[in-house]
Design a protein around this ligand. Sequence first.
Ligand code: NDP
Length: 284
Amino acid sequence: MTAKKVAVVTGSNKGIGFAIVKELCQKFDGDVFLTSRDDSRGQAAINQLKKEGFNPKFHQLDIDHKGSVEVLRDFLQKNYGGLDCLVNNAAIAYKNAATEPFGEQAENTIKTNYFSTLNLCNILFPILRPHARVVNVSSSAGFLRKIPSGELRKKLSAPDVTVEEISQLMKEFVESAKAGNHSEKGWPNSTYVVSKVGLSALTRVQHRMFQQDPREDIVVNHVHPGYVDTDMTSHKGVLKPEEGAQAPSWLALLPENVEKPKGDYVWHDCQIVDWLNGPIPGAH
Ligand code: NDP
C-alpha cells in the first residue's frame, strides 16, 4: 500500500469531469483517478491526457451499478488505505427534443443524478480520510427556487430534513411524473431540475453529518460549474470545459481546516450563493 493521497472524479472520460482531472493532475498532491463507465472511452481519455503530458490513473466506475462502486472502494482501500478527494460529477440529462415519456425520463434522471450518487456516497464515505474534500456537481438548475411549490421547498430545505425524507420526495416526484400530475403536486416540468435540487438538498444534509463525524475536517460543497460547452449542452455552453472545471477543482483542493465554503452552494466564479433565497448571479 502507498502512503499517497488519492482523488476520484466520477464520469470523467469527457466534458467537465475530464477537465477537472486535468486540473487536479496539475494541483492535487497525490494520484488522480479518471473514471469511466466504459473501459475503452476511459482509456481513450487517459491516452489523450498522457499525450498532453499529464499522468492520471484509470479505474472503471458506473455509478448506476453498486458492484462497480464496491470494486472501486475495495481497490482504494487496498492500495491507498482510504480516499482524500471525491468529485461527484457523473450525471445525465435528456435533450429537450427527447421523445421518451416524461415518467421514464424522470425515473432515469432521478436514478443516476440523485439515487446513484447517494448510493456511491454511502459506499465511499466510510473510507474518506480526515481532511477529505467532497464536491457534488449540481447546477444552476439545482437552485431551490426552481421548485414551484413553497411547501416542497420548505420540506427540501428544512434544517432537520433527513436523507430518507429527501429520497422519499424524489420517489414521489417520479411517481407523479408517471401519473402525469407532477405540476399539480408542485414540481417543475424538468426532471433534471428535480434531480439537481435533490442533490443540492442532499449536500446540505451531508454537511450536517460531517460536522458530527469523528473524522476531522471533512468538507462537502455543491457547485454550479457554469454553462459549459460539452455534449450535455449540445456544445451550446459559453464556457470551455477548462473554465467549467475551475470552481469544482477549487472546492476539491480546499486547504486543511478551511472555514468557508462548507456545505455551501458555490457558483462557477467561486462565489457562495444562498441556495434558499439567492440572488442568483447573472448570465450562465
Ligand atoms: P457530459 O454529458 O459531457 O459528461 C457526463 C459524464 O458523466 C460522461 O463522462 C458520462 O459518461 C458520465 N456518466 C453518465 N452516467 C454515468 C454513470 N451511470 N456512471 C458513470 N459515469 C456516468 O456532461 P458535462 O461534462 O456537461 O457535465 C458534468 C457535470 O456538470 C454533470 O453533473 C452536469 O449535470 C453538470 N452541469 C453541467 C453543465 C453544463 O453546462 N455542461 C451546467 C451545470 C451542471 P459516458 O461518456 O459514458 O456517457
